[in-house]
Each structure stands twice: as structure tokens, then as C-alpha cells.
Write a protein that binds this ligand. Structure first.
Ligand code: SAH
Length: 357
């Protein structure tokens, strides 16, 4: 295996081979990526306090629990004051950055709302809080406006980089177009954001080749950040009917860890998030991802009464502990593996070299 890893360029076939490693060899891969990570981005873990702004969504993605057609969802949108309270609290606790994620709409009211949140978050924190947005596909003008108001980063997962697989996961219409999503990623880059993308891992119809190509896609698009995690089925979605064909959850977790490990090897200086879906499969799932290559964590700081409504997939972790206690326990577990939290730091991607000139 180490002969493969020593190659300066990993081919798709190499990656497929590495994704299939088990046991001792898998552990060797993990040790290797852990070392690459420490050499390139160090042992600090950066926080993005995650605010789930709204589950109102115009899209109808076949995998997602908050899709438009799911009438079993109680729809909400946080008020401006609720968001600002969460942002200020995150800032005071030293989170360094917040991530604002939402179901998708491009209404004027929504665009203005985000704009106001972004500019006010910067002004009440002396420009110190880092802001990641994850609010789906928007016009280039909207992206530009949000960037000018102070947003630093944008996370827009390609979900599946294969157009054919993407087509099986989304309705075949204008608002779910693969081409549009790619264009959105390019518009984000052009307008100066640190750009993040990612995929779901363990999807129905997904092969090792798809996953290898996903990693190569991220490299080709020269992304600054990545958020990817296991696909977890949700009862009220069309993909639920394929659940019998899915790899067991433990396998989806193991595959996700291998994806994180390989991406760290392919792109040593980017930011990689240890995503919540990992934790939905196993309590320590995120910490395992940190060990093998991730360096960003997104603790949920959404006001509690809304968390259960932002229900993308089953088993979403909803702790009875306070957010403070959760963070304290997380920190203890991270310290046990030689990591420390980068309090009061934005933790921008080292890969990002500034807006294009
Ligand atoms: N509307 C925004 C945010 C979407 S929710 C956007 O389009 O970017 C954030 C992510 O949750 C999605 O990008 C998707 O990858 C993930 N997600 C949705 N349903 C999921 C499921 N069933 N299992 C795992 N991840 C899921």
C-alpha cells in the first residue's frame, strides 16, 4: 500500500484500491493521513457554531428530510434577533466563526435577511467573527452582495460529482440542474469566497469509482474546504425505498473516514470538516474524522426549540446536555488525541490565497 501512497499523483484506480482497505492496512492509511495533517495544518481544531436558519426549502432532493414535498415537517425560520443572539453568544464563547445553513429559497426577503445577518454579525464583533454561509444556489449577484457584506466562506456540496448519479438523486428539472450547481460553485470562487464543497457517502447506486471521482473533482476544482459525510436515510423521502441496498451504517462511517483521510492526502492544506452525520452513526464519529484528517468542527448552536425541525436524516444527534457541556466533553475527547480547539480564531483555509485578481 505504501508504494501507492508514495506516488506523487494518485489515479482513480489507486483511490478505488485505497477506499477498499480494511483492518491493519486501513489503520496504516489513517496513520499516514494523520501525519500529513499535522505537518500541514497542525493539531488545532477550528469551530464554526452552526445555526440552522430555516428548513423552508424550494427544492425536492430525493435524500433530504426537509425537501419541499415532505408535508410532515413543521417549517420555521429564525427571527433576526434569534440569529444575532446565537452569533453574539458564539463570539463571546470564542467560537471564532459561525456557519449559517438553510433550506433553499432565493426570495428577496431571504436574500435581504442573510445580508443583514452577515453585516450585523461583522459589526457587532468588530469584524472578528468568521462567517460561512451554506444557503444553497443563488444568483451571482446575491453571492457578490453577501460577500461584500462580509461573508468569508461558502459551502455548497456538489452532493455527487457524477452527473449521472446526481440525476438519480434529484428531480429532473430546471431547479435541480447539475450544470447550475457547478456554475454556482464557479461564481462563488470568482466572487472571492473561500469555497467549500462535498458529497454524501454511501448513497444508493454509488460505487467506489464514484467516490474516487468525487475526490478528484474536489482536487480539480481546487477547493479550499470540504464538508462530506455519510448518507443516512430518512423515512419521508423517495430514496428510502432503496434502504435495503445500502451498506450498513458502520460501513458508511468507515468509508467516510477513508474519504476524509484520502482527501487530506490529496489536498494537504485545505480545511476539512468532521460533519454531524458522522456523529449520527457513532458518538465519537467526528473525533475519529479529526484524527484521520479533518480540522473543523461545527457544533450546533441553533436555538433548541428548532433543532428537531431541521431534520435532514434519521438519528440526528440531539443532546440533552447544554451546548457548553457538549463543547467541554468534546474538548476533553479531542485533548485525549493530542488536539486543541482554536478558540477565538477564525481558522481560515490555508489553501485560500485571496480573491482572484
Ligand atoms: N440548502 C443548502 C443546505 C443543504 S443541507 C444547500 O443546498 O447547500 C446541508 C447538507 O445536508 C446537504 O448539502 C446534504 O449533503 C446533506 N444531507 C441532506 N440530506 C441528507 C441525508 N439524508 N443524509 C446525509 N446528509 C444529508
Amino acid at each position: 500500500m505504501f508504494d501507492i501512497l508514495k506516488k506523487s499523483i494518485l489515479s482513480k484506480d489507486d483511490i478505488v484500491t485505497l477506499l477498499s482497505l480494511q483492518d491493519e492496512e486501513k489503520q496504516q492509511l489513517f496513520s499516514y493521513s494523520a501525519k500529513i495533517k499535522l505537518q500541514n495544518v497542525g493539531n488545532k481544531v477550528f469551530l464554526r457554531g452552526l445555526i440552522e436558519l430555516s428548513n423552508i426549502c424550494e427544492k425536492d432532493c430525493y435524500y433530504c428530510g426537509i425537501r419541499r414535498s415532505n408535508s410532515n415537517t413543521h417549517r420555521y425560520i429564525l427571527s433576526h434577533d434569534e440569529v444575532m443572539k446565537a452569533v453574539k453568544n458564539a463570539y463571546e464563547k470564542g467560537y471564532g466563526s459561525v456557519a449559517i445553513q438553510s433550506g433553499e429559497t432565493s426570495s428577496k426577503a431571504f436574500v435581504n435577511k442573510i445580508d443583514k445577518i452577515v453585516s450585523e454579525s461583522k459589526s457587532v464583533t468588530n469584524g472578528e467573527i468568521g462567517i460561512t454561509l451554506s444557503c444553497g444556489e443563488q444568483s451571482e449577484e446575491t453571492y457578490r452582495r453577501w460577500f461584500e457584506s462580509g461573508a468569508d466562506r461558502y459551502l455548497l456540496r456538489i452532493e455527487a460529482s457524477s452527473e449521472e448519479l446526481y440525476g438519480r438523486l434529484h428531480p429532473n428539472d430546471e431547479i435541480h440542474s447539475y450544470g447550475k450547481r457547478i456554475n454556482a460553485l464557479e461564481a462563488l470562487r470568482k466572487n472571492g469566497y473561500q469555497v467549500g464543497t462535498g458529497v454524501m457517502i454511501g448513497l444508493p447506486f454509488q460505487t467506489g469509482e464514484h467516490l474516487a471521482n468525487d475526490l478528484l473533482f474536489m482536487k480539480q476544482h481546487d477547493i479550499d474546504m470540504c464538508g462530506m459525510g455519510p448518507y443516512i436515510e430518512h423515512t419521508n423521502t423517495p430514496l428510502y425505498q432503496y434502504r435495503a441496498q445500502l451498506p450498513p451504517l458502520a460501513e458508511r462511517l468507515a468509508l467516510s473516514l477513508k474519504m476524509v483521510s484520502l482527501l487530506r492526502i490529496l489536498m494537504p492544506d485545505i480545511n476539512i470538516a468532521a460533519t454531524t452525520a458522522l456523529q449520527a452513526i457513532e458518538k465519537g464519529g467526528r473525533e475519529q474524522a479529526i484524527r484521520v484528517g479533518a480540522n473543523v468542527l461545527m457544533p450546533n448552536i441553533t436555538p433548541r426549540q428548532y433543532r428537531n425541525d431541521y431534520f435532514l436524516y434519521e438519528n440526528k444527534p440531539l443532546s440533552a446536555n447544554s451546548d457548553e457541556d457538549e463543547l467541554f466533553f468534546l474538548e476533553q475527547r479531542l485533548q485525549a488525541t493530542g488536539h486543541e480547539i482554536g478558540y477565538f480564531l477564525q481558522g481560515n483555509s490555508l489553501h485560500y490565497k485571496g480573491p482572484p485578481r
